[in-house]
Design a protein. Structure first.
Length: 497
């Protein structure tokens, strides 16, 4: 019997393969072009393979206390590996996760797309009754943190006040630990799901994914060739003012339009300035960009999101028909868009974030530049938007270059995975509310490849904890780390049947 045949036989028999590494990811995968939910031809029962396999014993109960302790320790260790991007340097974190999987007999492998950069993948095998695997996605890199502004060092992984503190605790090392520990919980319990679960932790997400998800889908597509569903960061569990809770699940997200503006001219002495310089041209251009207001447009997930919130807590009647209210009620419209998050969900936004000009105070620079974080609604034409910005700037001396852009994609709502999330939410006395992210994530790369991707981390956070993401004092409550593992286990069991 060849190795390939042996692997196929053992997978159909429902056995986990603890000794396979990179080559195991494509084994048993659905053929390209085939339905991702097509059921494979049933294989022989465990009793039929030469009498060598006995029926599996009854599953063992989950030890959530142990899992929570392990998760806390692992997250603390991972935070201590500084993966600030740039430069990223995720390789050490990827290796840490790989060893954690291997210690429990789950095959895992690491890639290094560029020196020091890291991606890790692992696969928990199921019985093979469903051909379509589920991907649990997270990322290893983090944004910078200024230690002077924090109450605890951002890369110490301190456990205090009932939480794990540090950059990445919520975005996105904590969610990755939840996904990892949920897979270990299922493996240790002896349960066999009806479909495989694939763990992916990429690098470079915070700067667009070139050395992370983008690299993976181009160079290692077989890793997820048999997958139909993907769960990534995005939504979470929210509590309304009246105490009612909902699971926010992102089915789409805005797409980046990162732009560099450059003013070119002649260097000169600061003591004898001309009437206009590269800096004055750039400042004027930025004033016009920040004053530019894109047209309001309500896409379906945003419309339905605000309607659901109004129904949850009897909010303003205007939210039940947001498009009409914004069109017909100018006072309401002004109040609504005055809230930054509301504004970001109904129009394109453009935020200057990076400035560079002279390296010394007494030199007029020959070049001055700025970088703008633009976020577009799904369906917007990036080329048309850039042209509108050029018209608003109205200065031919300003060069406008696109640094990052890709088309947005939306996942359908009526799916087996959404039904599974609804089951878990119902047990938690909550409802599911599909939504759009104002951010962008690596989900887009996989949606473009045909996967149904939802942004949802099964944890509840306070408003202060939410604001700590990309801010100061980021921390993951240990209680929610534990709750997240439990809910993720329930979700995987629900979608696997």
């Amino acid at each position: 019997m060849s190795l390939t045949t042996a692997i196929a036989e053992r997978r159909r028999a429902g056995l986990s393969l603890a000794v396979l590494v990179a080559g195991m990811f494509a084994a048993g995968g659905a053929a390209r072009g085939a339905s991702r939910e097509a059921r494979p031809t049933p294989g022989p029962s465990p009793q039929s393979i030469g009498g060598l396999v006995e029926r599996a014993p009854s599953p063992r109960p989950f030890d959530y206390s142990r899992l929570s302790t392990e998760a806390t320790e692992l997250l603390s260790r991972e935070i201590r590996i500084d993966t600030t991007n740039p430069p990223g340097d995720e390789l050490a974190a990827a290796k840490l996760i790989k060893e954690k999987f291997l210690a429990d007999g789950i095959p895992a492998t690491v890639w290094e797309p560029a020196p020091g950069r890291g991606i890790v993948a692992a696969r928990l095998h199921g019985t093979g009754h469903h051909s379509a695997a589920v991907v649990l996605l997270s990322h290893l890199d983090v944004v910078p943190a200024n230690p002077k502004e924090w109450a605890a060092p951002p890369f110490a992984g301190a456990v205090r006040d009932g939480a794990v503190w540090g950059r990445g605790a919520i975005d996105d090392k904590g969610p990755g630990v939840i996904e990892l520990m949920a897979m270990l919980a299922i493996k240790r319990s002896g349960r066999l799901l009806d479909r495989d679960v694939i763990f992916l932790a990429t690098g470079d997400e915070e700067t667009g994914g070139r050395y992370g998800a983008a690299w993976l889908v181009e160079h290692e597509p077989d890793v997820f060739a048999d997958a139909a569903y993907l769960i990534n960061q995005g939504g979470s569990i929210m509590t309304r003012p009246n105490g009612r809770r909902y699971y926010g699940v992102a089915v789409t997200e805005k797409t980046p339009l990162w732009i560099r503006l450059t003013a070119a001219g002649v260097e000169g002495e600061g003591a004898t300035p001309p009437a206009e310089t590269t800096v004055t041209h750039l400042v004027a251009a930025l004033q016009r960009v920040t004053g530019y207001r894109a047209q309001i447009r309500i896409i379906d997930p945003v419309r339905d999101y605000y309607k659901a919130l109004a129904e949850l807590d009897g909010g303003p009647p205007a939210l039940r028909d947001l498009g009409r209210a914004l069109r017909d009620d100018p006072k309401f419209a002004l109040q609504f868009v005055a809230t930054p998050r509301n504004n970001a969900l109904v129009r394109d936004t453009f935020t200057p974030t990076v400035l560079h000009a002279s390296s010394t105070i007494n030199l007029i620079p020959g070049r001055a530049g700025a970088e703008i974080d633009g976020r577009l609604l799904p369906g917007d034409d990036a080329a048309a938007v850039v042209e509108n910005l050029r018209k608003a700037i109205a200065d031919n001396s300003i060069r406008c270059d696109v640094l990052l852009n890709f088309p947005a994609a939306t996942s359908p709502r009526n799916t087996r995975l959404m039904t599974a999330i609804e089951k878990v939410a119902a047990r938690d006395h909550a409802v599911v509310v599909p939504m759009m992210l104002a951010d962008f994530t690596d989900s887009n790369y996989f949606r473009q490849k045909g996967l149904i991707a939802y942004g949802f981390t099964p944890i509840g956070l306070t408003s202060a904890e939410e604001k700590s993401v990309h801010g100061v004092n980021e921390r993951m409550p240990v209680k929610e780390l534990n709750n997240g593992i439990r809910r993720m286990v329930e979700l995987l069991e629900a979608v696997a049947h």
